[in-house]
Design a protein around this ligand. Structure first.
Ligand code: FAD
Length: 445
């Protein structure tokens, strides 16, 4: 018997529940990846490149035996199954809106056996006593801890007997070359970075994680996104460590599961407000809106921390979480633009772009989501900068025009603006009042 293992966003071999199932059945296996143009088109360059690198790493681990095809999974997956006489296809469950639709279409022609998911606790598992989903993080988190997860399982390349794809009569595709340099991908890179973080940064994570100047976070988001590592492996390692760092990190991993759960319960929240009452909020559009949006995208708003964040995004395809919140708040509350406009730009530019985390990170900031930051909380980009980048080094790193200004003065720019650096595109005090007025109209509804 040959088992077909269809990889999607689980590009690793260790702790891969799918492989465990296949190994237990004693089957020989064929590994398959489908380059799906709909997903590739939506991904943006950095994510596509990371995916291609991950695929090459996986193919190496399989001794060049990964079958890669390109096209519509609903046609190709059943065709490959038939070509190798596999009666069913093994996957890890995908809970995203597109993944669910795609899998339903594939399952019309061939049985899908889902073992495990990309989460410690899969969406739909943690519910209130009456079976209703949680809408607020803290009670979800308590229940998530109580629910628990199983220990990582020992799988790996040697667990199953991988067959050569050469004899399979389908048209093979090559893994495309990445277009640019970027983060190193694959399972061994994920483990290397994780070990490095555990050794050097975990202990100070709780204190330092809000400081973009210290670069003290794990940068594991992209490895989690593509399943180069499973969060259970990380949770096992964290459970062996004491202290506030491990606790704080575990909580962040729970946010990831929480947002996946919310998106699973409410797939429509990927495109619109989770809290529909905000559909009525007044938003700006037209030529002026396009102009300030362009300034935001390009990091020339004249607000140093905002510009630094947007330039980090352009340079690294990644941005520090605190700065993501600051630039998102600026787009929504200072520029009065729809959160989904910024979210779309992020999804296109971020290497770790993830629909659940991104759309709900944005909605948290906009105050339209579950568990939102209260609508009247408007981040002040100057004081946020002074607080979280206290000596200004993050700003100076990313905004060369400001390198001549020492210390925290770089945030307020009360002094003369250096040549080439723009005047602020808005008056924060006025726009704050405007945002409060617009949100106030909704509150009064
Ligand atoms: P660490 O601080 O080391 O966190 C460890 C892991 O916990 C992360 O890798 C991530 O998987 C998870 N995590 C941490 N914070 C959050 C959070 N707030 N929500 C959900 N999971 C979290 N994260 C993404 O993975 N993809 C996105 O597209 C994304 N878009 C965001 C957009 C906005 C507006 C905001 C405010 C946040 C967004 N986040 C997103 C969450 C967070 O910013 C990133 O997960 C984090 O910055 C990644 O860096 P890290 O791995 O070094 O984080």
């Amino acid at each position: 018997d040959t088992a077909l293992v269809w990889f999607r966003r689980d590009l690793r071999l260790a702790d891969l529940p799918t492989l465990h199932t296949v190994a237990e059945a004693g089957a020989r296996a064929l590994g398959l990846f489908v380059l799906d143009d709909r997903l590739l088109g939506a991904a943006g360059g950095p994510r596509r490149d990371f995916l291609f690198r991950s695929l090459s790493a996986l193919d190496d681990q399989l001794g060049g035996r990964l079958l890669v095809v390109r096209g519509n999974p609903a046609e190709l997956v059943p065709a490959v199954a038939e070509a190798v006489s596999a009666g069913e296809v093994h996957v890890s469950a995908d809970f995203g809106p597109y993944g669910r639709e795609r899998d339903a279409a594939v399952a019309e022609d061939i049985g899908l056996v889902a073992t495990g998911s990309p989460y410690a606790v899969a969406p739909g598992r943690v519910t209130k006593g009456d079976g209703e989903p949680y809408r607020v993080f803290t009670p979800y988190f308590r229940q998530w801890i109580d629910h628990g997860w199983r220990a990582p399982i020992d799988t790996g390349a040697a667990t199953v007997d991988w067959i050569e794809p050469d004899d399979v009569t389908v048209r093979r595709a090559v893994i495309p070359e990445p277009e640019s340099e970027g983060v190193a991908a694959g399972e061994s890179e994920a483990l290397r970075r994780w070990t490095e973080f555990l050794e050097n940064e975990l202990d100070s994570y709780d204190d330092a994680r809000n400081r973009p100047d210290l670069d003290a976070t794990s940068r594991m988001s992209v490895y989690l996104k593509y399943g180069n590592i499973h969060p259970r492996t990380m949770l096992r390692d964290l459970s062996r460590r004491r202290g506030k760092g491990a606790e704080a990190y575990r909580r962040q991993l729970a946010w990831r599961d929480f947002y996946a759960d919310i998106l699973f319960q409410r797939p429509d929240s990927a495109r619109g407000n989770y809290d529909r009452k905000f559909d009525a909020i007044r938003l700006d559009s037209g030529a002026d809106a396009d102009e300030v949006f362009a300034a935001w995208c390009e990091g020339r708003t004249g607000f140093p921390i905002v510009d630094a964040g947007m330039r980090q995004l352009r340079a690294e395809a990644w941005m520090h979480n605190r700065v993501r919140m600051i630039v998102a708040s600026f787009l929504v509350k200072d520029l009065h633009l729809p959160w989904w406009r910024g979210a779309r730009f992020f999804m296109n530019r971020l290497v770790d772009g993830d629909l659940a985390n991104n759309q709900h990170g944005w909605q948290w900031t906009a105050g339209t989501g579950t568990d939102p930051s209260p609508y009247f909380r408007v981040f002040n980009p100057i004081t946020q900068g002074e607080k979280f980048d206290p000596d200004g080094s993050y700003v100076r790193k990313w905004v060369p025009e400001l390198r001549g200004i020492p210390g925290r003065a770089v945030h307020s720019l009360k002094a003369l603006r250096p040549e080439g650096y723009p005047e602020p595109i808005v008056d924060h005090g006025l726009e704050r009042q405007e945002a409060l007025a617009r949100y106030g109209e909704i509150k009064a509804l």
